[in-house]
Design a protein around this ligand. Structure first.
Ligand code: B12
Ligand code: SF4
Ligand code: SF4
Length: 234
């Protein structure tokens, strides 16, 4: 048995990150390449809940030149360092070809999708994401996944389905183009705030996501919300 996940927890906590479940690849399953160039046997997902990583990232960013996506650069730097200490290989959700982070998360933590497309967590709601993952070729200790509550099953009002001003969220996939054009028009009308009708998604975050009552105490801070919305709007 290797040293994980206890060691990983402390190392990641130094950056406001945490292990977000783990899984063993099934025999015959196409596994990504792990340390030493061999197919990985297990993966530990790395992520955050709420704004836990934001102060660490914010401080790091002040000392670095702004090249490319700074959050991706930070994630690569800090998770690669942790991987190196643990003898793991680091992989990232933003690297192509995209690795199936959401499928891994469904297996590792038993999460299910919300009508927004994002996976919802019973405690953190929609306010969590993954910044990377650690691949291992050794045997690691993995806790059995208990079937968590899926909050959307008990949500009668489903406000996330009725708050988007352009109905980009209908429960049948996310209408990216409609959302993006709303965000663009709200940016261009920003100088004249009287011209804007509907929610200020660019400034205050996705109205549909904000309307979800689950994990409201983990909602990102204003600065972090604007950062993610700008990154998404391009
Ligand atoms: C491409 C991509 C997008 C694209 C298209 C999504 C799509 N149609 O597939 C766009 C640009 C639209 C997008 C948008 C957003 N995304 Co995105 N995206 C990805 C990315 C990089 C790759 C998805 C993929 O193709 N995976 C490869 C396949 C093989 O993996 P998979 O697990 O089988 O794929 C699942 C997803 O594709 C999912 N899916 C299908 N349609 C949609 C639509 C949306 C909006 C989402 C979130 C997922 C989703 O269903 C698949 C089966 O489970 C993933 C990271 C990753 N590597 O998975 C993040 C990811 C899915 N995105 C994420 C997020 C947070 C967002 C945004 C909220 C960004 C933001 N502003 O903060 C927005 C949503 C905007 C909004 N209004 O809320 C998170 C989701 C976290 C969660 N709790 O589930 C991920 C996991 C990244 C991360 N770092 O954690 N995204
Ligand atoms: S508002 Fe209700 S249905 Fe929508 S994501 Fe939140 S819990 Fe799920
Ligand atoms: S960001 Fe605004 S326009 Fe886009 S899906 Fe969310 S509520 Fe709709």
């Amino acid at each position: 048995l290797s040293a994980l996940p206890d060691d990983a927890t402390g190392l990641l906590a130094a950056y406001g990150l945490m292990p977000r479940g783990a899984l063993r690849f099934d025999p015959g399953e196409e596994a990504p390449i792990g340390p030493g160039g061999k197919p990985a046997r297990a993966v530990v997902l790395v992520g955050h809940a709420g704004s836990s990583f934001w102060p660490h990232f914010r401080q790091w960013r002040e000392t670095r030149p702004q090249l490319g996506d700074p959050l991706d650069a930070w994630s690569r730097e800090v998770i690669s360092a942790v991987a190196c200490t643990l003898g793991a290989a680091a992989v990232f959700p933003f690297d192509r070809p995209y690795l199936p982070f959401q499928q891994w998360a469904m297996r590792a933590e038993g999460l299910k999708p919300s009508p927004l497309g994002m996976l919802i967590h019973p405690r953190y709601g929609l306010w969590h994401a993954w910044r990377g993952a650690l691949l291992f070729t050794d045997e690691i200790s993995i806790e059995e996944v208990r079937n968590p509550i899926h909050p959307c099953d008990d949500c009668v009002a489903k406000p996330c389905l009725s708050t988007c001003p352009v109905n980009a969220i209908s429960g049948e996939g996310f209408a990216v183009a409609a959302c993006r054009s709303y965000l663009e028009s709200s940016v261009s009308s920003h100088a004249d705030s009287t011209a804007r009708t509907g929610p200020d998604c660019m400034g205050a975050g996705c109205a549909a996501r904000n309307s979800c009552p689950v994990g409201a105490q983990y909602r990102y801070g204003a600065e972090q919300i604007r950062f993610h919305m700008r990154a998404f709007a391009g």
